[in-house]
Design a protein. Structure first.
Ligand code: JFZ
Length: 437
């Protein structure tokens, strides 16, 4: 046996051991840990699905749902011309809704870059009459107004031939039956991520989606995650893969469910005790603009979802799908502004809090911050609310909205609050418990 063969094996073995180590050994940087805490403090974000698909008013899956060919879909950018797009109006709306961050589709499953990408001409500047980069304008406006900007990035691609072998959502759309998977990941995707993390100032993070299309593929995650954290250590990696979090990931996100729930049918019940949590949902029933969807959630419903998320130690990322011309449906606007008005009064019980010590129930949830527990009474009509015991002594209780005192009794069996009868318009009665040492 030659002497070089064992050496080759040994080298391979060391290499494998090192990559395994790198994977299990992810140590978030101090900036990253700080960003995670700030993320948890923000609580409420605006999700935006906007792309050339918006033109057809039939949701962001229209390419797939109508089984269009690549040649047919290539016509769409020709008439995407959002002359009413106004970054200032979008960011101001998020602000007036009490939202602290925006997560926008930099590219969805159609692979179309909504930014000025040099990696491929399948992008808004090269292919549309608009010719400009809305993400650049949005990033600048977000920095001006103090809103964090996150980029949704689809790993799944229905357009690029190098997304091959294709995944579960494939249909014969005219692409060749061959392609270079490694080039797709290492050159195309990592190239675009590098653009997003170097040309738009400090970015909140990358919200990944689409891995579920090829669950068994090698996505070169370690490489991509390392690249992101190297370019911007504070950028949070938020994967919507519906699995147990992997090393390198910074937030666990749940689609259309609270952490640990699985009414949607595709979420994992595993809830990380270390990572910040997020729950995404949409204001009507679609993510991208759908002209036939008028199923708007009421402002009160949006507030209750936000509170239920906060009580479960989670953020809420609430989606809107703007029109193709760049305007935002007035039905979204009025509801979001009403949520903002509610938060202007009750925000103390939401921002900067963590899930409270009392388990959530049908009656409501608790949040906590410093020496306060906020009892959010969402559905309870009886005059007394009996809660399980907590370890701290409750020294006083008052209603958050008008500071009026609330009668409280605490004994070994729990904490009993005497509630004023709910008023008709009351979305959430917030009782503040002040704790002794
Ligand atoms: C994904 C996208 O497909 C969708 O368009 C939207 O962007 C949403 C926020 O994220 O939705 C999914 C992802 C995975 C499944 C279902 C919907 N799944 O695994 O069944």
């Amino acid at each position: 046996m030659s002497k070089t063969l064992p050496a080759v094996f040994l080298t391979a073995l060391i290499f494998l051991a090192l990559t395994a180590l790198a994977q299990s050994d992810y140590q978030p940087s101090p900036e990253n840990l700080q960003a995670r805490r700030e993320f948890q403090d923000m609580k409420f974000g605006m999700f935006i699905h906007w792309g050339v698909y918006s033109v057809l008013g039939d949701g962001e899956w229209v390419f797939h749902n109508r089984k269009l060919t690549v040649d047919e879909y290539n016509r769409l950018p020709l008439f995407f011309d959002p002359e009413k797009f106004d970054a200032h109006a979008w960011v101001s709306l998020a602000k007036s809704a009490g939202m602290k961050y925006i997560t926008i589709t930099s590219r969805h499953h159609d692979g179309f870059a909504m930014f000025d990408s040099k990696v491929s001409d399948w992008n808004i500047v090269a292919r549309t009459p608009y010719k400009r980069d809305p993400l650049k304008m949005l990033a600048e406006e977000c920095h001006r107004q103090g809103i964090k900007l996150f980029f949704y990035y689809s790993q799944l691609d229905w357009h690029n031939p190098d997304y091959y072998p294709r995944g579960a959502t494939n249909w014969p759309n005219g692409r060749p039956d061959h392609g270079d998977w490694n080039a797709y990941l290492d050159t195309y995707m990592d190239g675009q991520l590098t653009e997003l993390l170097t040309r738009y100032g400090p970015v909140g993070g990358i919200w990944f989606d689409g891995m579920w299309d090829k669950p068994d593929a090698d996505w070169h995650l370690e490489k991509t995650y390392a690249l992101i954290h190297q370019l911007q250590p504070a950028a949070l990696i938020i994967p919507n893969h519906h699995q147990t979090p992997r090393p390198g990931e910074d937030v666990q996100t749940f689609e259309r469910d609270l952490p640990g729930q699985n009414t949607a049918g595709f979420n994992t019940r595993y809830v990380s005790r270390q990572l910040p949590l997020e729950s995404s949902d949409t204001l009507n029933d679609n993510w991208g603009f759908n002209i036939g969807d008028s199923q708007y959630k009421s402002a009160a419903e949006l507030v209750r979802r936000l509170i239920r998320a906060a009580g479960n130690n989670s953020n809420l990322l609430m989606n809107i799908g703007p029109y193709p011309n760049g305007e935002i449906d007035p039905q979204f606007v009025t509801r979001l502004q009403a949520v903002g008005e509610w938060l202007a009064k009750y925000g103390d019980s939401v921002y900067g809090t963590r899930g409270g010590p009392i388990p959530a129930g049908d009656w409501g949830v608790t949040t906590e911050k410093a020496d306060k527990i906020y009892v959010h009474v969402l559905a309870w009509n009886a005059p007394l609310l009996a809660l399980p015991p907590i370890s701290n002594k409750v020294t006083s209780a008052h209603s958050l909205v008008d500071n009026s005192g609330v009668e409280v009794t605490q004994n070994a069996d729990g904490v009993i609050l005497k509630l004023a009868p709910p008023k008709n318009d009351e979305t959430d009665r917030v009782i503040v418990l002040t704790l002794g040492r």
